[in-house]
Design a protein around this ligand. Structure first.
Ligand code: ATP
Length: 532
């Protein structure tokens, strides 16, 4: 774990050094849990959004998009339950004066038992080698069984306390489990209290009587209040979905872990409206579809898992999270919820408007049920970078040219102990192609520019003529550029260039005319979408 934390720290500084993510207002010492995206970060973020948007609106003819305002009528947040119930249970450590979410502290404790079980199993697997029967070991080893029992007991007690909204019991669990504050190391805890996460501001001048309004804590409500508008103007028939990407704001108290938990963040949400009674089948369908969307990126299937909710929100009758293995453990990236007819019914009640759909097949009107898929752009961004970040011992063969690539005249790479490379899925990479003249004279820059001018309409290209070619490759590795193209003196004669692949560092001599064809396949959003 310590090693993983080390990797996480490196990833954070890498993000800053290479223009992905900066702390907000940095010259004024920053603003807690608010971040800005830099020149490479914004490209990656836009590509993630495009991948999501296209997968929703192109692949499903019954899903359309909207872009609703951040400011909304304040009664919306009463109807949604956010004014009364959008709370986190908080606990303070009296010695460090640090504040924590009580549920997160307990979840981390559950994860510790799980860790112990996994470590015990890994140790045994090493000891027994091929003869190891993991299932039998887990079912019989006394230490595994003991930790399993502790985990289960804690889990049950925790789920009950959450469902009952029993704050005293949450505190008692923290005391009984001897959970200490990571900063002070003590168990000197306050009571658990509830804290509302919504930011508020005022609209209108005070003389006119200003209205208190909220910065939306989720984008979903903008979709619900536009249900009728979209259904009628688009002549949509149930089942259909509405997708939206936009900013959301939460006054998170425990704002740690970089862009994982921010106060201003971005969501990609889709609400899918279905017939009452059919919602659980659609829930299952979207659950599987969304998992395929994640796995299609090729960051490793083992890095994802579902986590079904113990405590269902007041509006839900089924809920699961898609978790990704971050450097600090498996964490939620996306939530999929069956929200029943809670939201639309509630807006009917609070607005006094009839929000129903006349189903011609059933010859009846009803308030549709809703399946929601809700993913944070920033958490997705973090999962892509965490999955892509890699420190490698650079192979000497690529420098000496002893590989097959030598035959096709490679450009020598320096022998360096390590290289840091972001193996970002090519479709999402901020820069797709770097064009590098071997030297900045003899007509090579002009030839390089000519190549770039041909490709720049479709792909984000970067031109770089400074420093040795090896250094330039490393710079491109560090921002995840999948292809580097080097122009040398021979290129002027034979109209061929050396293409160098990021992940393998293999080099190949190819005709300029074939470049586009070679890179197009892997950079094609269409090809990626076809695999979902
Ligand atoms: P958590 O339990 O981690 O606070 P949540 O269950 O409250 O998350 P949802 O309300 O389901 O989250 O929001 C949907 C998605 O929005 C989450 O899966 C996550 O990707 C993203 N998200 C929520 N809160 C934040 C935040 N503070 N910073 C960044 N992304 C967030």
């Amino acid at each position: 774990m310590a090693q993983q934390e080390e990797v996480f720290k490196k990833l954070i500084s890498h993000c800053k050094e290479y223009g992905f993510v900066f702390p907000s207002s940095e010259i004024y010492d920053g603003l807690g849990a608010v971040y800005d995206y830099g020149q490479n970060g914004v490209e990656l973020k836009n590509n993630i959004k495009k991948y999501w948007w296209d997968s929703m609106t192109l692949l499903n003819e019954n899903v359309v998009g909207i872009d609703s305002a951040i400011f909304m009528h304040p009664t919306i947040w009463k109807a949604s339950g956010h004014v009364d119930a959008f709370n986190d249970p908080l606990i303070d450590n009296k010695d460090s004066k640090k504040r924590y979410r009580a549920d997160v502290l307990i979840e981390e404790q559950i994860a510790k038992y799980e860790d112990k079980i996994n470590k015990e199993t890994e140790k045994a697997a090493k000891r027994f080698g091929e003869a190891f029967d993991e299932q039998k070991f887990r079912e019989t080893n006394p230490r595994v069984l003991e930790n399993e029992a502790k985990k289960e007991a804690l889990h049950t007690r925790f789920a009950k306390a959450l469902n009952d909204g029993n704050l005293e019991e949450l505190r008692q669990i923290i005391i009984d489990e001897e959970i200490v504050c990571p900063v002070s190391g003590t168990r000197n805890w306050t009571e658990v209290r509830q804290f509302n996460l919504m930011f508020s501001t005022e609209m209108g001048s005070t003389a006119d009587g200003a209205t208190k309004i909220y910065l939306r804590p989720e984008t979903a409500q903008g979709i619900f209040v536009n249900f009728l508008n979209v259904q009628k103007s688009g002549r949509m028939k149930i089942p259909f979905g509405i997708a939206q990407i936009g900013k959301a704001f939460r006054n998170e108290i425990v704002a740690r872990q970089f862009i994982f938990r921010m106060r201003e963040f971005e969501q990609m949400e889709m609400q899918f409206f279905v017939r009452p009674g059919e919602e659980l089948a659609w829930f299952e369908k979207w659950k599987q579809t969304r998992m395929r969307w994640h796995k299609a990126l090729g960051l490793g299937d083992k890095k994802y898992r579902f986590h079904d909710h113990d405590k269902l929100a007041h509006y839900a009758n089924a809920a699961t999270d898609i978790e990704f293995e971050m450097p600090f453990g498996f964490k939620e990236v996306e939530g999929i919820h069956s929200r029943t007819d809670f939201d639309l019914s509630s807006h009917e009640k609070f607005s006094g408007k009839r929000i129903q759909f006349f189903d011609p097949e059933l010859n009846q009107s009803y308030v549709p049920y809703v399946i929601e898929t809700s993913i944070g752009v920033d958490r997705m961004f973090l999962s892509v970078l965490a999955g892509a970040y890699s420190e490698e011992v650079a192979s000497t063969s690529s420098a000496t040219g002893s590989s097959a690539a030598e035959v096709t005249a490679p450009v020598a790479e320096p022998v360096e102990a390590t290289r840091v490379v972001l193996k970002i899925p090519p479709v999402l990479a901020p820069v797709k192609l770097a064009v590098l003249p071997l030297v900045k004279k003899d007509g090579l820059p002009e030839k390089a520019r000519e190549i770039m001018d041909n490709l720049k309409f479709e792909y984000h290209c970067q031109y770089d003529e400074k420093d040795s070619i090896g250094k330039r490759y490393r710079r491109q590795d560090a921002i995840g550029t999948p292809y580097c193209v080097t122009v040398d003196h021979d290129s002027l004669v034979d109209n061929q260039v050396t293409i160098r692949y990021r992940d393998t560092m293999q080099q190949e001599r190819v005709p300029v005319a074939q470049l586009e064809q070679i890179i197009a396949e892997k950079l094609s959003m269409k090809n990626l979408l076809k695999t979902i």
